[in-house]
Design a protein around this ligand. Sequence first.
Ligand code: NAD
Ligand code: IPM
Ligand code: MN
Length: 349
Amino acid sequence: SRVVKLAVIPGDGIGPEVIAEATKVLDAATAGSDVTFEQTAFSLGAGRYLETGDTLTDADLASIASHDAILLGAVGGMPGDPRLKDANIERGLLLKLRFALDHYVNLRPSRLYPGVPGPLAEPGEIDFVVVREGTEGPYVGNGGSIRTGTPHEVANETSVNTAYGIERVVRFAFAQAEKRRKKLTLVHKTNVLVHAGGMWKRIVDEVASEHPDVAVDYLHVDAATIFLVTNPGRFDVIVTDNLFGDILTDLAGAVTGGIGLAASGNINPDGAFPSMFEPVHGSAPDIAGQQIADPTAAILSVALLLEHLGLDDEAERVTRAAREDIAERDGSTRTTAQVGDAITARLRA
Ligand code: NAD
Ligand code: IPM
Ligand code: MN
């Protein structure tokens, strides 16, 4: 029998609430199978920082890295908390993990499940995946400010794009397209960001020549937001940079029934480091502690985790149980735990 070492980082706000349901579902999905998940919980996030002053120590990182995979809820404290003024939990914890573990693919599937009330009048079929670059772009922290706090302050946040970094994520995106409907859309802003955009475009064109059966198109990011609302069915695989991908995937979550359903994987396809699965949403301080957060995004992230580990049957069962639950919601108001229990019950049935 196989043992999977799983690092679990519930985090802040609704993170622990949705992760409690996700691990419940994971346990049910693997009960009686020949795979066992050995879970180690890591207390990290704004809460840990306020207690100890640590964001992510070298020892934490080494310990997390020794696991086979990671499940994360969400991190980030109450907005405006003066005690967090000098901390940056997002950079110091979440991005540090993505960078240190070389999660160069941020995989964010978007699907409109049957029965989901979305905001679009005529959504049509929606089933696409955003392959968001995860280790470069404006996220790298290559910036600084001078004359800070004066009227002459200058603040720079330089986007870093390497041919190596783009090519590897573009290759992953083409491989996804080959497995799906064979359509790939590059989203960037080549009309303005000519240097980085030009390189993205060139590399996509080069890799495209190795995939003659994949239809490739290009959209500027502003136009992409139009089509995500007016014709989301036109998308199959979207490949894009770190920041554009962040923005597009919240929008994609909204058009497919809400951010509470959107799952993601931060993937190191080479397998050199553990991949990390998490909902697209954040710690939602506005609803934290009320048991009203939707745990489905975290639960569907468990399905992505299972699939990544090659546990396709278990992944499929979790997705199906979630999909069946979603189809029967019709506006019912259940607590976070009730949703988790309902999905778990379907798995045990
Ligand atoms: P958010 O995603 O936390 O919340 C945006 C809106 O969506 C809020 O109204 C929230 O109530 C709602 N929402 C989010 N998840 C939901 C769920 N599961 N069910 C129902 N409603 C849900 O984004 P934000 O408010 O911009 O960020 C809050 C904090 O989370 C910030 O500190 C931010 O940096 C952090 N954040 C962390 C992650 C992460 O850890 N992966 C991701 C995004 C944001
Ligand atoms: C996400 C979040 C993160 C991001 C933040 C919290 C660093 O918004 O996972 O989408 O921008 O990637
Ligand atoms: Mn985001």
